[in-house]
Design a protein around this ligand. Structure first.
Ligand code: NAG
Ligand code: NAG
Ligand code: NAG
Ligand code: NAG
Ligand code: NAG
Ligand code: NAG
Ligand code: NAG
Length: 252
């Protein structure tokens, strides 16, 4: 574009000058011609100078274009590289996150089984604490050789207060050829709501008696080798409960 403009400008200038020469008088033509040649030379030089500058400009423009392309390519490459890096980081992060998640899940599993073990241990401990030390009771028997001591049963926690909402069963079996004699030694429960039931069977059939309050139940003897007891407490009021000795007596 610049080049075209310059050529247009130079050609105009020349035309104007040449048309001026035709108006000069013939005497001075040679002088004028000489001047003209010089001027044309100057113009030619200028033109060449201009052309050179234009060409230089062109070169510079091409150079700038190349630089621009280079920068564009560089930018493109950098962009691609960054995108790739970001993808990489994303993949890595996802992988780590998944690992973390797995670890978390495994940990949760362990914690659940750990807390289950703890619960079991707790239950076992409580079970143990309710159990009366049998070997120390051995000489409580008021035996005249037809009955012998079997075990002691008591409300959970005895002689401390039992808890609310209990439902505990005892199944007593003194063995073939014997009968069960039950003798309560202590009895204090919430009247009507915290109840001991005694059955003359291996399970909750053949009720012999239902007891609550402060009265000590009478001694009871089973018809067979079995006796079944239940103790239930409601959701409030707790007492020390009960304790009873179980004897194995010869059946007659
Ligand atoms: C993480 O683990 C839980 C189960 O353990 C699963 O429900 C969830 O979809 C997991 N999340 C990812 C992102 O994997
Ligand atoms: C054990 O059981 C008792 C009674 O059920 C409860 O109060 C206590 O918090 C339990 N302990 C653990 C560690 O579970
Ligand atoms: C039980 O009584 C017998 C004799 O009466 C005695 O020899 C034995 O040491 C007593 N046992 C205990 C644990 O007190
Ligand atoms: C044993 O007890 C029974 C009744 O329970 C009684 O009839 C018997 O005389 C007693 N025997 C002895 C040796 O004390
Ligand atoms: C249980 O009864 C015995 C005698 O029958 C008594 O000496 C003892 O103090 C009673 N225990 C409780 C906790 O009431
Ligand atoms: C206790 O016995 C009753 C029957 O009276 C029964 O319904 C209940 O399931 C038994 N409980 C346990 C823990 O065995
Ligand atoms: C005829 C004519 O115009 N002659 C002129 C040529 O140029 C010289 C100097 O430029 C003049 O002095 C003449 O008069």
């Amino acid at each position: 574009m610049q080049l075209v403009l310059v050529i247009f400008f130079v050609s105009c200038y020349c035309t104007k000058y040449v048309s001026g020469v035709t108006t000069q008088s013939s005497e001075n033509v040679t002088v004028k011609e000489k001047d003209t040649i010089e001027e044309v030379n100057v113009i030619k030089n200028n033109y060449h100078e201009l052309l050179k500058r234009v060409i230089n400009n062109e070169i510079e423009i091409v150079d700038l274009k190349n630089q621009k392309q280079y920068l564009k390519n560089d930018l493109e490459n950098t962009k691609r590289y960054m995108t790739c890096q970001m993808e990489d980081i994303k993949d890595f992060t996802e992988e780590k996150y998944n690992n973390l998640n797995e670890t978390k899940a495994a940990l949760m599993k362990t914690m659940i089984s750990f807390s289950q073990s703890l619960k079991l241990l707790n239950e076992t401990m409580q079970e143990l604490s309710y159990r009366q030390p049998e070997k120390c009771e051995e000489n409580k028997t008021e035996c005249n050789c037809t009955e012998s001591f079997h075990e002691t049963i008591a409300s959970p926690g005895y002689p401390l207060e039992y808890s609310n909402n209990l439902a505990k069963n005892w199944s007593i079996d003194v063995g073939s050829g014997y009968r069960v004699e039950l003798q309560f030694t202590n009895f204090t429960t919430e009247l009507k709501y915290d109840v001991v039931m005694v059955y003359d069977a291996v399970d909750a059939t053949d009720l012999m008696g239902s007891f609550s309050g402060d009265d000590l139940p009478p001694p009871m003897i089973s018809t067979g080798r079995y006796m079944f007891l239940t103790f239930t407490s409601d959701n409030n009021v707790q007492y020390t409960g009960f304790s009873a000795n179980v004897y194995k007596i010869t059946s007659t």
